[in-house]
Ligand binder design. Structure first.
Ligand code: SF4
Length: 340
């Protein structure tokens, strides 16, 4: 199979050296063109059927990365290969029309569904819009209503809500409408961008359970973006940690928690509210704000906030490498070496 990697995993998206730079407006005083380096060279394989959690503080470039994969922003550099039924498609080379067709497979669920739901459309119209624009049903086809009912039920929405408008729903229900709208297209890959961040904790777990169930049923692949590690802890197969436009650690979820190697991951983990079993864990406070992505620190970008920083860290960029067992890292002085 062309999309099988050396570990026998089927790759759905192969992301190579992706950079996303946005130009900063020039001023009278600063005429040199500068760039916001939102993504600064990311390599990542996303496997078929997995939930990949992506965490980092706000401003680290994770949402931009999700949108770049979906080609909502064409990348500045690098390649994103989507394997559709095992056949490679270079997303960068697709025309606008080819991309419009592919968008059925590659969907996005937003943090705030309310702002993305047309207030003048009913739930039935919102879910039906994509179905007709992608030619899954013809306008007026009576079978479409049956299909929308089925999707609404799958997403925990009662069918009598079909003719209601977004403002008549709670936050959790609106998120279900957003999910139903995306999943009605039977996508292959869904970016969930802070999809539960605006919801109460009890509603969060309902939506997370719903997303997990739908993944099982439809064989979906998720990229689950959040600033909150505790959200992705239970639903992710693997978790990637981003800092200032780069991936700094990536590992199977259990491995990341049991064998944390990067000082930034350690700090994020220490901020998760503790339970009795790990109440002895030290809380590491990250000092200072995330530096500017226009003028990032030299060497390891985390060195200005890392409590293990040494001279080498200020000079040399740590290489992204596999430390074994699917655990990837970019750090000169991983935590296991310090402890060992
Ligand atoms: Fe900290 Fe150095 Fe590792 Fe960067 S390379 S995370 S500064 S120890």
């Amino acid at each position: 199979m062309p999309n099988e990697n050396q570990n026998g995993r089927k790759v759905l998206l192969d992301i190579k050296g992706v950079k996303q730079y946005f130009p900063v407006k020039k001023t009278k005083f600063r005429e040199k063109q500068r760039y916001v380096r939102a993504n600064d060279g990311i390599d990542l394989e996303i496997y078929e059927g997995e939930t990949l959690g992506l965490v980092g503080e706000s401003g680290c470039g994770k949402s931009t990365f999700g949108r770049t994969i979906l080609q909502l922003y064409p990348q500045t550099h690098g390649d994103i290969i989507y394997y559709k039924d095992g056949k490679p498609i270079d997303l960068k080379k697709q025309s606008a029309e080819e991309m419009r067709v592919l968008r059925k497979d590659l969907q996005l669920i937003f943090q705030d569904p309310y702002s993305s739901l047309n207030p003048r459309m009913t739930v039935g119209q919102i879910i039906g819009e994509g179905l007709t624009s992608h030619g899954i049903f013809k306008k007026g086809d009576p079978a479409m209503k049956e299909y929308i009912f089925q999707i609404m039920e799958e997403c925990g929405l009662a069918t009598y809500m079909f003719n209601r408008y977004p403002h008549q729903f709670s936050g959790g229900q609106r998120q279900r409408i957003g999910i139903a709208r995306s999943l009605a297209l039977r996508p292959k890959f869904v970016v969930c961008d802070e999809a539960v961040s605006a919801l109460d904790v009890s509603i969060q777990s309902q939506i997370l359970n719903l997303l997990s169930d739908l993944r099982e049923k439809a064989g979906l692949t998720y990229l689950f973006i959040t600033h909150d590690l505790s959200v992705v802890k239970y639903i992710s197969d693997r978790i990637g940690v981003m800092y200032l436009g780069n991936m700094v650690e990536l590992a199977p979820a259990e491995e990341l928690f049991a064998n944390t190697l990067h000082p930034y991951t350690e700090a994020l983990l220490s901020a998760i509210p503790t339970t009795e079993e790990d109440s002895g864990r030290e809380r590491i406070l990250l000092e200072g704000d995330i530096p500017s992505p226009v003028n990032p620190p030299s060497g390891c970008k985390f060195h200005t906030r890392c409590r293990y920083c040494q001279e080498k860290c200020k000079q040399e960029v740590p290489e992204w490498h596999d430390v074994g067992g699917g655990h990837y890292l970019a750090c000169h002085f991983p935590l296991d070496k310090k402890k060992g």
